[in-house]
Write a protein of this length. Structure first.
Lengths: 172, 1001
């Protein structure tokens, strides 16, 4: 009989405990893990020489807080329409390296277009490159549609890729 | 129990809520409107009282401690259920992003709200609420504060309003809210109508204004019909809503709402941030919020949270723990200590089994063993990850699925599926001539105008003219098939399927066309200034791509020639002819860019592709989604193509290894930026070996062999329990049991592999649950065999497993048996454990039933076996334990995911049915109400309850357990039940006739 009473009273105490516990619940146990940060990928190292110059340079040797690799072509109207904006951007942000890689296959039209740009040499951080054999644009970056823009941080990691025209004043 | 069955069937017809209201949540209901029957509440109360009596009146001894504890837990469960039924309420809360809400709306109950905004501030606003019970036809609602009465003139549960007439709509589906409309008329105090009828819809956002002109100044009242609202002592703000899909599909993988909870009391104003996701609710002050669903409105995500206020929430948890303890104690006390025997023989047999297995593995590898040196090695590429149907799988699985849909088998012309696929990808032109399409229908042969062959396989080239001829018919069928109600003749279905296979096949055959050698290098060198680094004779589209503009410029130059006569192709110079041909070829290949079914290139984290999709080779260069990683990938593929055509084995092998490594690296990288679990290389390799070894097929094979051998023994020597055997008998028996154990081990390995591949418990759909039940029965019968050593276990196990494997195979026929899951069913601890427990319970029940059959069979042959009866009892207890635990764990999972412990869902009812059945027969046996014979017969019928709960429930097609809804099994099920009933009743009758004395005992 004693055992019976003991178990019954124990049950009641447990019940009371449960009900009390139910009403005094605080949130906080429902935190879940936040989304893991984006994993960046390493930029492939490549050699390049500036347009009409002979000495080659390595992309990894250009040390800047931010590097922008911009693929374009003189026959691409979208690209040419935004080129002056790029020059302005380069002037405004002297710490950012901008590699404007032209994927033209013929020199004539490219030269012709570049002559129309007067202030192209005014910004030293804007580097003009002619990727004639597409060894950078196609073989390394698989870029076949211009304009395409990559943004690279100071650890040589790609943080973003933008396809199409960019608002150079706001988007970057 | 009858109630349960009836209620479940009604659920199918009238929807969940209706059935709950009429059968489960009432004290009494009327059958056919006449016969009063007790409802669930009454029955549960009766059970409660009887349980209480038992506990109070029983002797409290240690010997029946187990059963006492078990019954206490039952009591607790019922108390919890009572509290939940009477004091809890549930509803939903819909919040748009960046908005907040502080009330929950009920799902079913409505209320009529009358408010008035006073112009002068002396008087307070009036809000009067009439609740669900008052809203009835012809009821007159009044309140002291209101200067008028409201009469409900019309009331319709699910209607549409057209020209001031209510039109009844068809019955709402299960999860649809009925469109309730009421018509009210306003009466003044002298009870005369003074206004027209106003129609209110329950989901009207704006309240309806009523202007009363009687008392001088115009007072405006607003009436609104809405879902009953409960105010909360706090408010919730939705900060962000997120939805993750399985890659490349529209199947949801996860929903997630980030919320802020604000308490607005006088003393303090505090905020909490929390995340509510599937299976991860937010609990506060007795309220629990669950992610229920979401919808989009005006480009805004609106999350729907289910809210439950539940008093008895922890009761099930406590009760289930006590129940488990109790049943365990009971099991330990009651199950007879079965015979201990030396384990030596078991170990010896295990060793033999392992050697046989080891011997069987090289058999499968032999075709590769000698081929590596002489031919290109395709094995490395077989594990290349491909995204298909929302899951990342090895190329081998992908190839098998495709080949199965085309050729109706998994290997063709002595090639494995992956060999076939790789040959198709790299050398499509040759494969177009291979007979691989399975067409075995004379009618179809006639339609497609192809000759009948002894082997019904046709090549792409043979089929193409027929398909082209019938393209109008096919497109007609195609539009017809959009509406699922349309019926097709077998030939029509086969034609459509064939058409789809041909499309897939062609798509795949052109997937690598940008990499295949097409352009003559010598010609290119002459025509355009083409430079090449290696000495390839032909180059691909991809390699020619840099010269794209040069070619088009040259073509323009040719076309701009003003001399019209020179534009004729034959008049052009050879060089120009070559250029035009190349340009034409170039353009032609470019049309292949639509072939993007082979999603083989993992995406990069910084490219936001829709649904985390992967890329096909063509997509990379035509959609602007190329990256340095995809460039690497394509370059390796290009090298592979070169190696394929030049048959350079070392180059091929090196590149395929590199490609595989790169793909695995990219796969891991691409899945890191999603909430999804990573697909690891070990999973891909496991899946490859799973496909190759097909352990489950082997298991079936072993089971069947063992079954045949056991039958042979039984037929040859007769079945005896005695252990006196001749040497040859013993030897055959040993072989049978070894075969059985081999089957079991294959089975086990297969299921373990599936777990590794899919990273979830192996019981997520009907197919998998059948496999798992098979495994459990095999295990249990292995144990029986281990203790008894009279071949009973082998017969039992191999019989049940063979049958189950055959049933499972019939479910696995369509495509990939390894499939992804919808969000609710995704990995969760409680889900996993409850389904495992339940399915183990099913397995146990099957053994119980089979044992009972054997007992009856022996009895009818005048050969009773007391020992067998003990086994039946023991298995009865064990299966009760497993199913009960499973059911309660399921309840806990339901509580975690949907916010209610028990919802009278068909599947839940099914599980409960088994539990109740087992409880009933066991109690009947213990209390001596049932004789042995009847008990055993009833135990044999357990198989029917299992079949009902397992398969039968799927026929009803309602409820939340959204796996394995199947068709066409109704007849099979019915057949099974009738046969089973006839068999058992027949056996029981024979037994009672031949052994009348036994019944009296």
């Amino acid at each position: 009989m004693k055992l019976k009473l003991f178990i019954l009273s124990l049950t009641i105490v447990v019940l009371a405990g449960i009900i009390y516990f139910e009403f005094n619940h605080l949130p906080g146990d429902s935190y879940s893990k936040q989304k893991s940060p984006l994993i960046n990928t390493k930029l492939p190292d490549f050699k390049f020489n500036l347009y009409n110059q002979k000495d080659t340079n390595n992309i990894y040797n250009l040390k800047a807080d931010k590097t922008i690799i911009h693929f374009w072509a003189s026959w691409c109207h979208v690209c040419t329409s935004e080129f002056s904006a790029i020059i302005n951007y380069a002037k405004k942000n002297p710490t950012v390296n901008i590699l404007a890689i032209a994927i033209d296959s013929e020199q004539g039209p490219l030269d012709k277009y570049l002559k129309t740009l007067k202030n192209i040499n005014s910004a030293k951080n804007l580097m003009l490159i002619w990727d004639q054999d597409r060894s950078i644009s196609l073989d390394l970056f698989n870029s076949n549609i211009v304009p395409e823009t990559y943004i690279i941080n100071k650890n040589n990691e790609i943080t973003a890729k933008i396809v199409g025209k960019i608002d150079w004043d706001n988007d970057i | 129990m009858l109630l349960l069955v009836a209620g479940t069937i009604v659920e199918q017809q009238h929807g969940l809520y209706y059935a709950q209201q009429t059968y489960f949540s009432v004290y009494f209901f009327l059958l056919f409107g006449v016969i009063p029957l007790p409802g669930t509440y009454t029955i549960l109360s009766a059970i409660f009282i009887s349980l209480l009596c038992k506990l109070l009146l029983d002797k409290w001894q240690t010997s029946n401690l187990g059963s006492l504890v078990t019954h206490i837990s039952g009591l607790l469960l019922l108390i919890g259920g009572f509290l939940t039924a009477h004091f809890s309420h549930e509803g939903y809360m819909a919040i748009a992003e960046n908005a907040s809400s502080n009330y929950i709306s009920d799902y079913h109950d409505l209320e009529l709200v009358v408010t008035s905004k006073q112009s002068d501030k002396l008087q307070n606003d009036i809000t009067i609420i009439f609740d669900n019970n008052q809203i009835k036809l012809n009821n007159i609602l009044n309140d002291k504060l209101l200067p008028f009465n409201i009469k409900i003139a019309h009331y319709c549960k699910h209607c549409e309003l057209k020209n001031n007439h209510l039109i009844k709509l068809p019955k709402p589906k299960d999860n649809e809210q009925p469109e309730t409309i009421i018509g009210i008329s306003i009466l003044n105090n002298s009870m005369t109508l003074n206004q027209e009828i106003i129609y209110l819809k329950h989901d009207d956002k704006q309240p309806y204004p009523i202007t009363l002109a009687s008392s001088g100044n115009n007072k405006v009242f607003y009436v609104q019909l809405r879902n009953k609202v409960t105010l909360l002592p706090f408010s919730i703000t939705l900060n962000k809503f997120q939805q993750t899909l399985h890659p490349g599909t529209n199947v949801a993988k996860e929903y997630q709402s980030e919320v802020t909870l604000t308490t607005d009391s006088n003393q303090s104003n505090s905020n909490w941030h929390g995340v509510i996701s599937m299976n991860q609710p937010l609990r506060y002050k007795g309220y629990t919020f669950y992610q229920a669903s979401f919808y989009k409105q005006d480009n805004q995500n609106i999350t729907v949270l289910a809210a439950v206020y539940n008093v008895g929430q922890s009761f099930p948890y406590i009760a289930s723990i006590i129940l488990c303890i109790g049943l365990l104690i009971h099991l330990m006390q009651k199950i007879p200590r079965l015979i201990k025997r030396s384990t030596q023989s078991a170990i010896a047999s295990l060793l033999i089994v392992f050697t046989t297995l080891l011997l069987s593995i090289p058999n499968n590898n032999s075709c590769y063993a000698n081929s590596i040196d002489s031919k290109l090695d395709y094995a490395t590429l077989s594990t290349l990850p491909v995204l298909h149907d929302g899951r990342i799988k090895p190329l081998d699985s992908f190839a098998r699925i495709i080949l199965k849909s085309i050729a109706n088998k998994e290997s063709i012309n002595n090639k494995s599926a992956s060999e076939w696929l790789l040959d198709l990808l790299f050398n499509p032109k040759e494969d177009y001539n291979n007979s691989i399409f399975y067409v075995n229908n004379p009618e179809l042969n006639y339609i497609l105008d192809i000759e009948k062959k002894p082997k019904p396989y046709y090549s792409f080239k043979e089929l193409l003219p027929g398909i082209k001829k019938n393209i109008n018919l096919i497109s007609k069928l195609e539009t017809k098939s959009a509406d699922k109600t349309n019926q097709f003749t077998p030939a029509e279905t086969q034609l459509l399927n064939l058409y789809h296979s041909i499309l897939t096949y062609f798509d795949l055959s052109r997937a690598f066309s940008l990499l295949l050698p097409q352009f003559d290098t010598e010609q290119l060198k002459a025509a355009i200034d083409f430079k090449t680094h290696n000495n390839q004779k032909f180059i691909s589209y991809y390699q020619l791509l840099p010269y794209n503009t040069i070619i088009s410029n040259k073509v323009l130059k040719i076309l701009n020639n003003k001399d019209v006569s020179s534009l004729k192709f034959n008049n052009l110079s050879h060089n120009n002819q070559v250029i035009l041909t190349i340009a034409d070829q170039f353009k032609n290949i470019q049309t292949d860019k639509i072939n993007i079914n082979l999603k083989i290139i993992p995406n990069d984290p910084y490219i936001n592709l829709e649904n985390n999709n992967w890329l096909a080779p063509w997509e990379v260069i035509t959609t602007g989604n190329g990256t340095p990683n995809s460039a690497n990938y394509l370059n390796l593929l290009q090298n592979l193509t070169y190696a394929y055509y030049s048959q350079e084995t070392s180059l091929w092998n090196a590149n395929s290894r590199n490609l595989n490594n790169l793909a695995v690296k990219l796969t891991i990288q691409s899945s890191k930026n999603t909430l999804a679990a990573t697909t690891l290389p070990c999973q891909l390799v496991t899946e490859y070996y799973y496909n190759k070894l097909s352990p489950l097929t082997k298991a079936t094979f072993f089971y069947i062999l063992s079954l045949l051998l056991s039958f042979f023994i039984a037929a040859r020597y007769g079945y005896t329990t005695s252990n006196v055997y001749s040497k040859s008998q013993k030897r055959i028996k040993k072989i049978a049991s070894i075969l059985f154990i081999s089957g079991f081990i294959c089975h086990l390995i297969g299921i373990i592999m599936r777990v590794i591949i899919l990273q979830r418990p192996p019981v997520a759909n009907l197919y998998e649950s059948i496999l798992f039940v098979g495994l459990i029965t095999a295990l249990l019968s292995f144990m029986i065999e281990f203790y008894r050593k009279d071949n009973l276990g082998v017969i039992l196990g191999s019989l049940i497993c063979t049958v189950l494997q055959i049933i499972a195979n019939s479910y696995a026929q369509t495509g990939d048996s390894l499939v992804i899951l919808v969000a609710v069913l995704n990995n969760n601890f409680w889900l996993g454990t409850h389904v495992l427990a339940i399915t183990s319970g099913y397995g146990c029940c099957l053994i119980l039933s089979a044992l009972s059959h054997i007992y009856l069979l022996k009895l009818s042959l005048n050969n009773k076996s007391e020992q067998l009866l003990k086994y039946i009892l023991a298995f009865g207890l064990l299966s009760l334990f497993l199913t009960l635990v499973g059911t309660i764990l399921g309840g806990i999972w339901a509580d975690q995911s949907w916010g209610r412990f028990w919802g009278w869902d068909p599947k839940e009812n099914g599980a409960l049915l088994i539990c109740l059945w087992l409880i009933a027969i066991l109690h009947g046996r213990i209390s001596n109400h049932l004789s042995n014979l009847i008990f055993v017969s009833l135990a044999a019928i357990t198989s029917i309850t299992v079949a009902l709960a397992w398969f039968g429930v799927n026929l009803l097609n309602t409820g939340l357990h959204s796996y394995g809804f199947t068709e066409h099994i109704a007849t099979n099920l019915l057949l099974f039940i009738t046969l089973e009933l006839i068999l058992i009743v027949g056996l029981a009758v024979i037994c009672s006739k031949t052994n009348k004395k036994f019944i009296k005992n």
